[in-house]
Design a binder for this molecule. Sequence first.
Ligand code: ZN
Ligand code: ZN
Length: 411
Amino acid sequence: MTANRILFIVLDGISDRPCPALMNVTPLAAAKKPVLDKLAAESICGIMDTIAPGVRPGSDTAHLALLGYDPYKYYTGRGPLECEGTGIHMEPGMIGFRCNYATVNPQGLVTDRRAGRIHDTAALSQAIQEGVDLSRFGVEFVFRSGAGHRAALALKGEGLSHCVSSNDPKKEGIAPLTVKALRQGAKDDKTAEICNEFVKQSTKILFNHPMNRERLAQGLAPANVVLMRGAGEMGNFEPFNKKYGLSGSVISAASLITGIGRAVGLPHIEVAGATGSQNSNVKGKIEAALNELKTKDFVLLNIKGADESGHDGLAEQKKAFIEKIDVLLEPLLGLEDTVIIICGDHSTPCCIKDHSADPVPVLVRGDGVRMDDVIRYDEYSCAKGGLNRIRGVDILPIALDLINKSHKFGA
Ligand code: ZN
Ligand code: ZN
């Protein structure tokens, strides 16, 4: 028997380094997680450098690699993927930025980089879309609200560049910076000028917007400036279904991950209550993934909570989250006709509160897999597995081969 579909589960930031709070083992090794361990026992296991040994991955570059798109070729910045995540359709060559609504005081200094954690900013974004005019540069733009205080800006036109700086001062008490070209060239200068013009015109619109006047009257921070960063050029992504001959979808609460899915043509399946946090509706996400597999060849499911605990340095919380999702993964044990991959996208060690280059544990379960002796899903056990040590771009080809979708190289 050969399986004919792939369930690819990314436990975001799951792996770690030894934690003093957990008797010097990782949260994954300390957690009681019978389901993940049973899956590991039925799998071939290994460890994986999602980009390369010693390279600290972002979630974006890691997910590109896991989907088989070399991030060194496809990634120039986070902006275009964030744009896709807010629903802006990016064409190759368009320049995308991640944006924040922020607050400046009458002296022009940033007093809140998140504008009082404002949300529901669609009216503000619409006013900017209708009011800002960049036609003298021969450029079109799309500006859309994201979740909370977030937004995204896309520029489309001739002679644009992604090599421009940010206007985000990264600290409060300083005025927004002037966007500058990061290298010498007409395209770079032009793009920086466009960015500064966009900020100037949008600030004017925001200052006079009724929603902000109302916020001021209520003692709330107005969203009166747009901070932009993460400039990147949209790459020419070969669509996933063309590249692999598989239909698929993405389930994730993070707009960056859904944006990557959209960029390669994988639709995002919305799940109520999916927050990307500790309280996320993981049960609903797993149900949605299993449901998608009834009609799709491939589902990428990202579960984010452990990454958050790593960033907060909370080893006990990370362990508890692992134990919580383990119970919810139980339906996977009976899943047939499916290659299951479970891995991390990077380590997020509690001791450094950021991503590290430590390899992530990976398991591959399904018909035809040469099971090894590993019976636990953790960093130490998987390091002894039959997959040994692989890179992120290797994992999907391995799964494709198991479902008989790989191509013979040579005669
Ligand atoms: Zn991540
Ligand atoms: Zn992270």
